[in-house]
Design a protein around this ligand. Structure first.
Ligand SMILES: [Fe+2]
Length: 394
């Protein structure tokens, strides 16, 4: 992984704190990636129950990065219920010494999902830079929130480091580092000069942006469709290679589908959801604009739907991208590729008039998901319920 050079304004450094905001605990596989955006060169570690984890690459600790990141075993943090950041500003990192500032430590409490009680999730996508209102919307559950899902296009592009860090800024404002988050990429996140460094600023599974997440009673499959038009489209100017990524992702799905140890087969995972910015089962064939630019990857996306229907059998597909608040039943006309579960589209920016960004609160009970579409004032605009048992239950 190439290092990201901070484009900081040195004149303002003296007044800035070391932490840009605070830690965000992202769930990936059976681990948490604790991501900590920083304003300066720093040596940082995370301590959990007496064990220390530091950010290093083949033994060399990273100090000149925008985000400090620590992969910790999920069971260790779940058990400890707290973690401590320990850090020192690096003043001068030399060949034979390192001049540092004073050591600081800060402890954060943490609450994992529990299998024996109702689970409260909040899902939002497509904020497109609407920050304060999005933070209000995502705070619907207050201290009862168990998991925050930011499902892409939080910024409208990644031309600057500030745009690239906006998902982490919003996630920290909502969670204060105390509950897990899932953060995915949307197609707009992939544009702009800084997007080429995005993998250092977002959660990944060994560098991949598609992975499973095993959170006790909740199993998630994070999929990444990349951009929404063909790689050769003029808007990308030759910077896109998402077809190759989708081919690799197909291999990942094939392996996952046939893996006897995959998390979706665990009987404790009572809820199986797919999280993906792009609704891969939706085709824009009726869109008359520009020679149907969004009608792409029919073979690959049909293959993905086949794997979902065949082995994974999710209860719900959570998407964004369309700037709508909708729950599609299985027999919806939108479900062009025949996915065997309902689809939740959760993320609607409102720029004109009363600026807002709508999202969806989900309460999981033993056999159903109650879904509430809400706004920045926590008003419930619409609600619906889907049964989690039945056709897709194993
Ligand atoms: Fe999008």
């Amino acid at each position: 992984m190439l290092p990201v050079k901070l484009k900081r304004i040195s004149a303002t450094m003296a007044t800035k704190s070391i932490l840009r905001s605070g830690p965000v605990v992202c769930a990936v596989g059976n681990a948490y990636e604790i991501l900590v955006p920083v304003n300066c060169d720093v040596l940082m570690s995370v301590t959990i129950n007496g064990k220390s984890y530091c950010y290093h690459q083949n033994g060399i600790r990273r100090s000149d990065c925008v985000v400090q990141r620590f992969t910790v075993p999920m069971r260790e943090l779940d058990k400890a219920g707290a973690y401590t950041l320990v850090y020192q500003k690096v003043i001068d990192r030399r060949a034979y010494s390192c001049l540092k500032g004073r050591a600081v430590s800060k402890t954060y409490s943490f609450r994992p999902l529990k299998p024996d009680r109702e689970v409260c999730l909040y899902v939002m996508s497509d904020c497109h830079g609407i920050r304060g209102e999005s933070e209000n919307t995502c705070s619907f559950f207050g201290d009862n929130l168990d998991l925050l899902i930011l499902n892409g296009d939080v910024s409208s592009s990644c031309e600057t480091v500030e745009e690239a860090l906006l998902p982490l800024d919003i996630a920290y404002a909502v969670t204060k580092g105390s509950v897990p988050c899932v953060i995915t990429r949307g197609n707009h996140d992939l544009r702009g000069n800084f997007a080429q460094h995005l993998d250092e600023l977002m959660p990944t599974a060994d560098g991949k942006t598609y992975y499973e997440v095993c959170l006790g009673p909740l199993w998630l499959l994070v999929l990444d469709g990349g951009e929404d038009k063909d790689d050769a489209h003029r808007e990308y100017g030759g910077t896109a290679a998402f077809h190759a990524m989708r081919q690799e992702e197909t291999v990942f799905l094939e392996k996952l589908s046939s893996d006897p140890t995959a998390g979706f087969r665990n009987p404790d995972a009572r809820y199986r959801f797919v999280v993906s910015h792009i609704p891969i089962h939706f085709c824009c064939r009726d869109d008359p604009d520009d020679n149907y630019p969004f009608d792409i990857e029919n073979d690959i996306y049909s293959e993905w739907v086949k794997h979902l229907n065949g082995s994974v059998r999710p209860h719900l597909y959570i998407a964004g991208h369309l700037h709508r608040e909708e729950l599609w039943p299985v027999d919806s006309a939108q479900n062009a590729r025949g996915l065997h579960c309902p689809t939740l589209i959760a993320g609607k920016p409102v720029r004109r008039g009363d600026r807002d960004c709508l999202g969806a609160a989900i309460k999981l009970t033993s056999d159903s998901a109650e879904i509430f579409f809400t706004d920045k004032r926590h008003c419930i605009i619409e609600k619906d319920t889907i049964k989690l048992k039945g056709e897709n239950e194993k």
